[in-house]
Design a protein around this ligand. Structure first.
Ligand code: OAD
Length: 266
């Protein structure tokens, strides 16, 4: 790849999607074996990712998220995640990571919470369903692992409660029938970063969600260098190329290595 033309003083925003964690063997959402593709006997999985479903069948929704949490906990950060942790150190104040992934792998790889906006939440945390507070609480370790389709025991159900009010707790994720906000999901901060950056590097995202698409659109409109790393084409690849940026038709790890070299990390 031609060396990235990014002014040394300008911030660089990295935007990650499920594709970066595919190399850690976590299924994507819309791929062949994706979470939104493989249904269950009773529901289409997208129906479970809603406030509506949780209000009707909280323990079924919890079981599905705790199965997905188990998959995430068994996974390890891959070279792409590790490279992003090195890029944070290398770029310092110029670095920001906005991730749609709820798997927590960026933090486990060494990115800081301060520089990692988890705009769809983190599957290892829960919060109060009745919103007695906006605190995030780690899911109790005693919950243990859950396999696909396994129901929760009475003991497990009893500990999925808000530690403050003892009411029902919910997974700390953004559902289809909910909106982004600033306090929990860093909506405005993410958009502001996209408006001010010198480059936006998207990695492994299909371009199906609102905030990330606004970020790529804004960055591109303001003349930032947009790079899309994705083996498949999509809206971000098209936007990148239309604005004079790059589509790296590669997997996350190899594409990121090239970007890191372009940014002076050897
Ligand atoms: P998707 O499953 O929609 O898309 C995954 C993207 O990763 C696709 O474009 C693939 O081509 C690409 N991909 C697959 N393997 C890759 C690899 N090894 N390296 C690089 N790219 C690869 O996942 P997202 O775009 O992340 O939201 O989905 C965005 C959001 O939609 C998710 O965060 C989730 C979902 O609804 C919520 O749950 C709120």
């Amino acid at each position: 790849m031609q060396k990235l033309r990014i002014a040394n003083s300008k911030p660089v925003v990295f935007l990650t999607g499920a594709g970066i964690s595919a190399e850690s063997h976590i299924p994507t959402f819309r791929g062949e074996e994706g979470y939104w593709t493989v249904g269950s006997k009773h529901y289409h999985p997208t129906e479970l990712a809603t406030r509506q479903a949780f209000s009707e069948l909280p323990m079924d929704v919890w079981a599905w998220y705790l199965f997905r949490r188990t998959v995430c906990r068994r996974a390890e950060p891959n070279p792409g995640h590790l490279l992003l942790a090195r890029l944070e150190k290398h770029l310092g104040e110029r670095f920001l990571l906005v991730t749609q992934n709820v798997d927590g792998l960026h933090l486990r790889a060494g990115n800081s919470l301060e520089k990692t906006y988890q705009v769809h939440g983190n599957i290892d945390f829960m919060r109060c369903w009745k919103e007695c507070c906006t605190d995030l609480f780690p899911i109790p370790l005693e919950i243990g692992d859950l396999e696909r389709g396994e129901a929760l025991s009475e003991e497990q159900k009893a500990i999925l409660v808000c530690p403050k009010c003892q009411g029902l707790a919910r997974p700390h994720v953004l559902w289809f029938d909910e909106c982004y906000d600033e306090q929990i999901f860093r909506f405005h901060s993410s958009l502001k970063a996209a408006m001010k950056c010198g480059a936006l590097i998207s990695i492994g995202s299909s371009g199906s969600t609102n905030l990330p698409t606004q970020m790529v659109t804004q960055a591109s409109a303001r003349g930032a260098v947009v790079v899309d790393i994705n083996p498949e084409g999509g809206p971000y690849a098209r936007m990148a190329q239309a604005g004079g940026g790059f589509w790296l038709r590669e997997k996350a790890g190899t594409g990121l290595q090239k970007v890191a070299e372009g940014l002076g990390l050897t």
